[in-house]
Design a protein around this ligand. Sequence first.
Ligand SMILES: N[C@@H](CCC(=O)N[C@@H](CS)C(=O)NCC(=O)O)C(=O)O
Length: 326
Amino acid sequence: MYTRLCSDVATGLVTSDPLVLRSSLPFPRCYLPVGALRRDPETTGSLIRSSAGVNMAVKAEDSDIHRLISIGPSHYCEKARWALERAYIPFSEDKHCPGFHIPVVKGFPGGKTCPKLVIGKGPEQVVLSESHDILEYADKKIDNEENRLYPSDPELLQLVQSWESKFDDRLGPHVRRYAYSFLLFDSSTYELLTQGGSTVEKFLAWIMLPLLRRVIYRGLKCNRPGAKEQSLEVIDNIFKEVDDALADGRPYICGSKFSAADVTFAALGGPLVSPPEGGAWMPPLDAIPSEMRDVMKRLQGTPAGQHILKIYETKRQRPEQKRVYQ
Ligand SMILES: N[C@@H](CCC(=O)N[C@@H](CS)C(=O)NCC(=O)O)C(=O)O
């Protein structure tokens, strides 16, 4: 069972959401089972619009309809978790060690990446396979439009989404490649990879650690000549762009309003700044290999790095009460 929660940004659990019903925004990567298309869009619940523009109502009464399938150290999963917690959407999290998530997400649309948000069960089930879609979905549950991560003003919305895409497409993969280049063959590797995994996964990961290390290292192309230097260059450039955006004294990346751009930048850049409130475990700074530690200290000192620390400190709210699961 879930504890019912209230906050300044959202109240209640899942409600009928006329704003979503009216929304013209598509959910480009929202997958609907065939059976779902027969459902009556007027049913109480939140409406999801499929890529084909078909509307579907998700039954609202169940409080256990959201299941987040995640990978423990993943910063994209942290982004999705942040959005769900911010909107006080009750969810169960099914956390896995990298690699062990594959059999779990097999058969779901959208490839084998996590996060995946599984909404509902049986023929009504909908799976959101991109962190951006999860953010948009969660955001629509926030009653007060003022508190939403995606502004209603079309021009501002476009700006927010262009920053978010840049962070998703470039910052996220390069932060991951850079960090794993150092941390995959480190004393902290096992703890980093297995955080949140089940006992069985932890046991198997212990046995398979040498293989896991090599598969991930190669899979993320950390073995390419100059990989970490190139990744750091991309990271530095993006941090510099954020420095420049914040240079006029604005509190948030897109101006006076906290948005999905800030959440995405903080979640995806977070592993290299190590905010104490971060959603995934990272080795303590003094245990990180010195070359990476020096880079982290430098990034922490930039306006963009300071922004991540500030956003985590002031905006990474979690439910006051822990979720209680059956
Ligand atoms: N574009 C995706 C990227 C997600 C992603 O790259 N997830 C990584 C973890 S950080 C993953 O699932 N990797 C495992 C795999 O590809 O099998 C999103 O925004 O959700």
